[in-house]
Design a protein around this ligand. Sequence first.
Ligand SMILES: [Zn+2]
Length: 230
Amino acid sequence: MANFKTHLQFSTIGSGLASTLFLNGQFITAEDTILCWVAGSFAGILPDLDSDNSHSLAILFGLLSIVACAATVLYGVKHWPLLQVWGAGVVTFAAVNLLIRPTFERFTVHRGIFHSVLGAIFTGLLVAIISQKCGLSPTSSWFIASFTSFGFLLHLILDEIYAVEFTSISVKRSFGTAFKIFDYGNWKTALGLSMGIAALCFFLPPSEDFLGIMLDSETYKKLLSGVYSV
Ligand SMILES: [Zn+2]
């Protein structure tokens, strides 16, 4: 399997190339390009999130701790005495790291639910909804969501590439376990994730403009011609 660093490099390069391609074709703004690039790069480490003690898990819970503590402190400072605010910050940190993280680790198995195409779709749709809630336009939200799924898929592809032994043209036992549509061995989690996707569909931003761009063959001609001409 590819390691954390290789995954991050692969997704950073892949989403960097793709996002500048769309910027060059004037389909996205410079701000969107940066968001798409970051989303695609970060998504490249997400599928390994369910491997306990992974770097991705440490980064995610590190971020979650910071955001949760900052939100608690910002809320508390307006309502409580400072001593209580500090206490609430400590309780929040402990809750994230001693309660939520062990629970997450207990209920997820590596190469399980998230390490699949369904996982890529679920994460992308979730990002589309969150992006729009944060004030981005529907089209920008869909671009960032697509780059998230793209980075996610790059991870699955890289794991499969690493499962091929090029020197002897043989495949390792892990071949076929990385890039899968859903977790074949556990249909309950696959069903749960499918239901999650169905539920997210009720909250998605309007997609007409975005689909208009992506389904138009002119888009791809413009993207390609931009590679070698100004
Ligand atoms: Zn992986």
